[in-house]
Design a protein around this ligand. Structure first.
Ligand code: SAH
Ligand code: SF4
Length: 391
């Protein structure tokens, strides 16, 4: 590897990479360990790495200039318990990160790509396509931003405040969910490298269990993740339990149909000993009927997976909505009666466009326009559903 010393991103290097960097800079190898010990504590500004010689600090500061993202928007919801950040990187690409504070947990929802190539028609991020991959550094930095906010009690000019949480809740990040913009397994190397930083016991120190990677089901990548031997929590975005409907709602299903996905999940569970989670974005009159509920329950039982139901957040330009409360409750009850475990999730941040991808979508697209990706799929799904053939 040749290092570009004019645009360095320290988090994009692993520990070996840091050693190589020190060698190139004519520094002893142990300096790499010193730098790493700051990075894992969330300090990415070389000028704050006080045990390094001043000249090295300055050299690193020059080389890494611009790698810290700029906070371009900040929305607060749920009385200060949910904070959504729009972060812009040096090339102008912006992504979203959400910090959710609970009494005993502080969860950060992070993005892995600017945009997404998977084209799920109900998802705001999916509408604009893939803009670019994030580097491992850009993924980790989102956690750093949240960590610094929790440690200092403020972000930019905004105080986090107690937000009705006893003692203000944790002062550090306890959980990370890869559920922001993008498909983590379509950016697998950077995702894995970022997991390694977050898992580092000397730093962020997150247990593998408190890290959740969410995927639409890129089957070969699920196997690679299982090979890591880390018991990460795997969330599979299912949304449909029959291939006919899933082909439309989650287009990657045409490449990796349910039977393959089920197999990958079984293997993941066997290798890691971890129970997999199924995510189900509940869309009114699309995937909230008894046929889907029964098929979901059968699949969840076979996979021994827990189902999380998330009522669909409104997405700019998409006319589907969450079902009525009655239909939602009936769906959950039906799955439960069929013997699967299921939880109806709270929809954090509803009041500020906080579903991932929506802050950016709202800024760039404006409301009301049906986007091309959504249009074709929505028409096909509506035809399937009204023809009673979604099964
Ligand atoms: N690409 C990955 C991870 C990011 S999406 C994946 O799809 O799993 C994170 C979660 O948000 C997914 O479960 C996704 O289906 C869900 N989601 C996307 N758009 C949504 C919407 N409009 N309402 C509710 N959930 C949505
Ligand atoms: Fe991409 Fe996930 Fe959105 Fe699908 S739901 S378009 S995979 S971010």
């Amino acid at each position: 590897m040749t290092l570009d010393l004019s645009a360095l991103d320290l988090y994009a290097l692993d520990r070996d990479g840091l050693v190589e960097l020190m060698t190139e800079l004519g520094e002893p190898a142990y300096r790499a360990g010193q730098v790493a010990s700051w990075l894992v504590r969330g300090v990415d500004d070389p000028m704050r790495m006080t045990d390094l010689p001043a000249a090295l600090r300055e050299r690193l500061a020059e080389s890494t200039e611009g790698s810290t993202p700029e906070l371009v928007a900040h929305h607060v919801a749920d009385g200060g318990r949910t904070h959504k950040f729009l972060l812009r990187f040096r090339d102008g690409e912006a992504i979203e990160t959400v910090l959710m504070r609970y009494p005993r947990r502080a969860t950060v929802c992070i993005s892995t790509q600017a945009g997404c190539a998977m084209g799920c028609p109900f998802c705001a991020t999916g509408q604009a396509g893939l803009r670019r991959q994030l580097t491992a550094g850009e993924i980790v930095r989102q956690v750093v931003v949240a960590q610094q906010a929790l440690a200092t009690g403020r972000i930019g000019d905004v105080e986090l405040g107690p937000a009705g949480l006893e003692g203000g809740g944790p002062d550090h990040v306890t959980n990370v969910v890869y559920m922001g913009m993008g498909e983590p397994l379509a950016n697998l190397d950077a995702t894995i490298a970022s997991v390694r930083w977050l898992h580092d016991p000397e730093g962020f120190g997150l247990s593998a269990r408190s890290i959740t990677v969410s995927t639409v089901g890129l089957v070969p990548a699920v196997s690679r993740l299982a090979d890591l031997g880390l018991p990460l929590t795997l969330a599979v975005s299912l949304h449909a339990a029959t291939d006919r409907l899933r082909d439309e709602l989650v287009p990657i299903n045409r490449v990796h149909p349910l039977v393959e996905l089920e197999d990958a999940v079984q293997t993941y569970r066997a290798r890691t000993g971890r129970r997999v989670t199924i995510e189900w974005c509940l869309i009114g009159d699309v995937n909230d009927d008894v046929v889907q509920a029964d098929a979901l329950a059968r699949l969840a039982r076979r996979m021994r997976a827990h189902v999380n139901v998330i009522p669909m957040n409104p997405t700019p330009g998409v006319r589907w909505k969450e079902p009525t409360r009655e239909r939602t409750d009936a769906f959950v009850a039906r799955v439960e009666q069929a013997g699967a475990t299921i939880t109806l999730r709270d929809t954090r941040g509803r009041d500020t466009e906080a579903a991932c991808g929506q802050l950016l979508a709202a800024r760039t697209l404006g409301d009301g326009n049906m986007l091309p990706v959504a249009r074709g799929a929505a028409e096909r799904v509506d035809a399937l559903v009204s023809g009673g053939s979604a099964t």
